[in-house]
Design a protein around this ligand. Structure first.
Ligand code: ADP
Ligand code: GLC
Length: 481
């Protein structure tokens, strides 16, 4: 049995701020259980819902020297859908209202977490062959496995994989501070190790020291070797390109299944969507006070409201969009200027625009099910899960051709009758608008073609099946058998 440990800062169903949580919570279930024992370790945040916290069992605790003090490390456990989840407990560090808050404190908190996660392994008696680390919060683990945790039998053969979900966030502060938090010697603070542009950089530690690096789509794996997407580390990505590969994300096909989803008004599938899917649109129009019109094209957006997701493009042509015969339903939180922009347009165009400025899992499902199209014009997108959810619900994505959006949405070709969505190349508001309007024309003037787009979208398989096999191959290769 090969033993794999996922270490990350979030995982569904316990705590989620974005797609990282979906991946860490759903991928472990999809490995071949006969050969792979995949477990997950995350912090035990106080902001994890009480219903989950109540279910956790206390396993053990110990005290660990960290930054000159002896710190409590509790280990909690809960088995969810056949997967063992471990939770690292320290109320001092993990008590905020959200997993992330103040940058400086987050750096200390996740440095502590990396130390505690590895130290906890002998205590729980789980000796992974591979530690699979996700994003900057776990960047120190590959470093520690080659450094302070190297000696002794328990850790000496442990391999590490580092997956980049978003290169934008790197965990950066001045060298002195990162040195203090990580406890690493001067040796590590050189430009070929954790130092980047004179600062300490935790993600760089993970990328330099991991035995293998992955990112969440093929296109993003190529893009980050270029300055535009490289976030200052494109040189490093080129240097490490022999150990870097893209493995596209999947989604949980049980949680996101229009045929069984209990959060939506009317279930439907690839055979009966023509008749049934519309009932979700009707229900949502009613619930949100939009014009109750079956024929009106509804465009959905479910997203963090940040620059990454292309909201400046939407803002730029929002008046034009609102002059079209569409409805726009936006669910998201994030930068205030975008939150207020959507609130403003919802006020100006009631019946046409709904601005839902909050986080809600059930509402997100209703939007994936009710909308005709799904808009995601990202500036960059390592993979993107929302467009996969849209495809699964027969909601036609309109995306910019970048990262995982490019790899998962096939542009509509009216001559060949192929494609699962609409896309545009340049980061330009009018190109986006042209794509939306092309989609509108197909929706209004060629309904049969539109329905065939839905047929093809729903026939795609973006479950984890194929990608879990690729991770298995990678683990096998690392372990050496
Ligand atoms: P990212 O991780 O960059 O935010 P992804 O597309 O990979 O983007 O994943 C986003 C996930 O978060 C999806 O599961 C999406 O449905 C969900 N999500 C984003 N905003 C909200 C919200 N306001 N309410 C509910 N779910 C949301
Ligand atoms: C990040 C990326 C997103 C990706 C997710 C899961 O949040 O922004 O594109 O889908 O991680 O890998």
């Amino acid at each position: 049995m090969k033993k794999i440990l996922f270490v990350a800062s979030e995982a569904v169903p316990f705590i989620k701020t974005g797609g990282l949580a979906d991946v860490v919570g759903s991928l472990p279930k999809c490995f071949n259980k006969e050969y792979y024992d995949v477990r997950v370790m995350i912090p035990k945040y106080l902001c994890i819902k009480q219903e989950w916290r109540d279910k956790m069992d206390y396993i053990d605790h110990f005290y660990m020297d960290y930054m000159g003090q002896s710190r409590y490390v509790g280990i909690m456990h809960y088995e969810h859908e056949g997967i063992h989840f471990y939770f690292i407990d320290n109320e001092g560090y993990f008590s905020g209202p959200k997993p992330y808050g103040d940058w400086l404190y987050d750096l200390e908190k996740f440095s502590f977490f990396c130390n505690a996660a590895l130290s906890a392994l002998p205590v729980i008696g789980f000796q992974p062959d591979v530690v699979h680390c996700h994003d900057w919060q776990t960047g120190l683990i590959p470093v520690y496995l080659k450094d302070r945790f190297r000696g002794g039998e328990f850790f000496c053969n442990m391999k590490s994989v580092f997956t980049i979900h978003n290169l934008k966030f790197q965990g950066v502060w001045d060298v002195k501070t990162i040195q203090r938090f990580s406890g690493l010697s001067n040796y590590y603070f050189a430009p070929d190790k954790l130092e980047a542009y004179k600062d300490g950089n935790l993600l760089k530690g993970g990328v330099v020291f991991a035995d293998a690096i992955t990112t969440v789509s093929d296109t993003y794996a190529e893009e980050i070797k270029m300055p535009f997407y490289g976030e200052g580390l494109d040189g490093l990505m080129r240097a490490r390109s022999g150990s870097l590969r893209g493995i596209v994300n999947g989604i949980d096909y049980d949680d996101f299944n229009p045929a069984t989803d209990s959060m939506i008004e009317q279930v439907y599938d690839a055979r009966n969507f023509r008749k049934e899917k519309i009932k979700n649109k009707r229900a949502l129009q009613r619930e949100l006070g939009l014009d109750e019109d079956d024929g009106r094209m509804m465009i959905g957006v479910v997203s963090r409201l940040t620059d990454q997701k292309g909201f400046d493009l939407i803002q730029y042509v929002m008046e034009d969009l609102c002059s079209d015969a569409i409805q726009l339903v936006v669910l998201g939180t994030g930068e205030e200027r975008y939150e207020n922009m959507f609130r403003h347009f919802a006020w100006k165009y009631p019946g046409k625009v709904a601005a839902l400025i909050y986080y809600s899992e059930p509402m997100s499902h209703k939007i994936y099910a009710a909308s005709d199209a799904f808009l995601m014009p990202s500036l960059f997108e390592p993979c993107g899960l929302s467009q996969l959810m849209a495809l699964r619900y027969g909601t036609v994505p309109i995306v910019r051709e970048t990262g995982g959006l490019k790899d998962t949405v096939e542009p509509y070709n009216e001559f060949e009758g192929t494609g699962t969505g609409f896309s545009f190349t340049n980061y330009n508001a009018h190109e986006m608008l042209a794509s939306v309007r092309y989609a509108e024309r197909v929706y209004y003037d060629k309904k049969r073609e539109w329905n065939k787009l839905i047929d093809r979208a729903m026939a795609k398989d973006y479950s984890w099946n194929a990608s879990a096999l690729k991770y298995q191959e990678l683990y096998d290769w690392l372990i050496g058998y």
